[in-house]
Design a protein around this ligand. Structure first.
Ligand SMILES: Cc1cc2nc3c(=O)[nH]c(=O)nc-3n(C[C@H](O)[C@H](O)[C@H](O)COP(=O)(O)OP(=O)(O)OC[C@H]3O[C@@H](n4cnc5c(N)ncnc54)[C@H](O)[C@@H]3O)c2cc1C
Length: 458
């Protein structure tokens, strides 16, 4: 359907926020998303100011028939937060955060990044766990589930979600929590952006003033990787880890003779400081003489690595949940990393369990809580030309990692991998319930630039 002429002028008049079109100087900056090989040219980027603006943009998308993409932090691996020729509903100007220190809760607008939220909450000695990267938007990660530095201590991000404000396809601004629209509340906790635009989240905040944590670099051998995974599983629930098996990056704190050598670059985080924290991280240091050891006491927000705002990686990654990473698999990982050098290839292994696994699978739309590891094969490069090589490497390794195990993936880290992989994110009963909720709240699939759940009637 051709767009009605003048629709952007009308939107500009009606809106409190801003409409950016290709003639505007800000257009090229504003259309940019995190990944460097996604380069779409939307008809308009609408930087909304409040939920009423969101409802206006939804109405404009309906009236024009243009494709609608919703953007929070812009990190979607599938490029879902932008669209060629359509409308990008951009939440980045909505960044208010109200913290109730005594009640340990916070209302956060969804244009905030995980890092911004974490820094502000950290000033009160409080935290809600997100992922491993500060620039990820709280919008996308919360709707996906949220697996990060505090996953074993506090559970998924959605396990700290008390409620939300969501603008649905009919333009209604809805309060969503356990008592109001409980099905929708269930669906947004893992069901992605399928049901509407989340404009605010209400989170529980946990007291996490100091942690003992940081990056630990160990030489990667079959024995060190195996030991690391054993220690991570045996550690108390306060400890969450993210182990990246990869060629050592040329970072200034890594002695030059190790650059390019296979290492375990691991985040080890104990959600609490003091003696208990030191004791909990000690077994990881004892695995082998560390190549670099930056694990120590620090305020929680400092666990996030500084980021260059202009860094736009070109990467292909594949993720699965698995229940074992055995000795043969570890050998294969090391072999694939070794033979792919000098290109940057990473096998990431996160040990799960703890608080995440204590919530029943049917309590939220995220339903792979009992799985013991999340594994990701990622291939990065400087340019776009070696895409098929990157894909072949990532696909090849993930096949090894998930061999003989029930298929299961994390919706937050899915790229554009087809409908079968979306099904892997949701067991059948979860999928069916999500489709019914889609029927009710978005029967025409206005919100389809996401890992899409079609309405049951469709
Ligand atoms: C470098 C990197 C590191 C990551 N690390 C982790 C990690 O440690 N743990 C983890 O769990 N995940 C991680 N992720 C995955 C990340 O959580 C998802 O990609 C997430 O969707 C990104 O959120 P965003 O708001 O930045 O993305 P966007 O691209 O803005 O949005 C992603 C999707 O969510 C929808 N969406 C976003 N905001 C809203 C909203 N307010 N209302 C409705 N729909 C919305 C979008 O339409 C799109 O479909 C990582 C991703 C990257 C690129």
């Amino acid at each position: 359907m051709p767009a009605t002429p003048g629709w952007t002028d009308k939107l500009r008049t009606d809106l409190t926020g801003r409409v950016i079109t290709p003639e505007d100087a800000a257009y090229d900056d504003d259309r940019r998303v995190f990944l460097g090989d996604i380069d779409e040219r939307p008809a308009a980027i609408v930087r909304v100011a409040d939920p009423l603006d969101v409802a206006r943009v939804i109405a404009a998308a309906r009236e024009t028939g243009l494709d609608l993409a919703v953007r929070s932090g812009g990190h979607s691996a599938a490029g879902h937060s932008t669209t060629s020729g359509g409308i990008v509903l951009d939440l980045r100007d909505m960044r208010a955060l109200e913290i109730d220190r005594a009640g340990r809760t916070g209302w956060a607008q969804t244009g905030l990044s995980a890092g911004e939220y974490t820094r502000a909450a950290g000033e009160h000695g409080l935290a809600t766990g997100f992922g491993d990267t500060a620039s990820v938007g709280i919008g996308g990660i919360t709707l996906s589930g949220g697996i990060g530095f505090l996953v074993r201590a506090q559970g998924l991000t959605i396990d700290s979600l008390l409620g939300a404000e969501v603008v649905t396809a009919d333009g209604a601004i809805r309060r969503v929590d356990a008592d109001h629209e409980p099905d929708l509340f269930w669906g947004i906790r893992g069901g992605g952006g399928n049901f509407g635009v989340a404009t605010r989240f209400h989170y529980r905040l946990h007291p996490v003033e100091q942690i003992v944590g940081g990056l630990l670099f160990l030489p990667a051998t079959p024995a060190t990787v195996r030991r690391f995974l054993e220690e991570a599983q045996e550690a108390p629930d306060e400890v969450s880890t993210i182990a990246n098996v990869m060629p050592a990056p040329p970072m200034p704190f890594i002695p030059e003779e190790h650059h390019g050598e296979p290492v375990v670059m691991a985040f080890v985080v104990h959600a609490g400081g003091g003696e208990a924290g030191e004791r909990a991280v000690a077994p990881f240091r004892a695995i082998a003489e560390p190549i670099a050891d930056m694990v120590g006491p620090k305020p929680y927000p400092q666990i996030y690595m500084p980021e260059d705002p202009d860094y736009r990686p070109i990467a292909t990654s594949r993720t699965s949940f698995v229940d074992s990473v055995g000795p043969e698999t570890i050998e294969t990982i090391l072999d694939r990393i070794e033979t792919a050098r000098p290109a940057m290839r990473v096998a990431q292994i996160r040990v799960l369990g703890g608080a995440m696994a204590r919530v029943p699978n049917d309590a939220t739309a995220f339903a792979h809580r009992e799985r013991r590891f999340m594994v990701t094969a990622a291939a990065l490069s400087q340019g776009t030309e070696d895409r098929s090589e990157r894909e072949a490497w990532a696909n090849g390794l993930i096949e090894v990692l998930r061999r003989d195990q029930p298929a299961a993936t994390y919706v937050g880290l899915l790229a554009d991998e087809g409908v079968e992989r979306i099904h892997e994110a949701y067991p059948t009963a979860t999928w069916e319930r999500l489709a019914e909720i889609k029927d009710r709240y978005d029967p025409t699939n206005l919100f389809h630039r996401n890992q899409n759940i079609p309405a049951a009637v469709a």
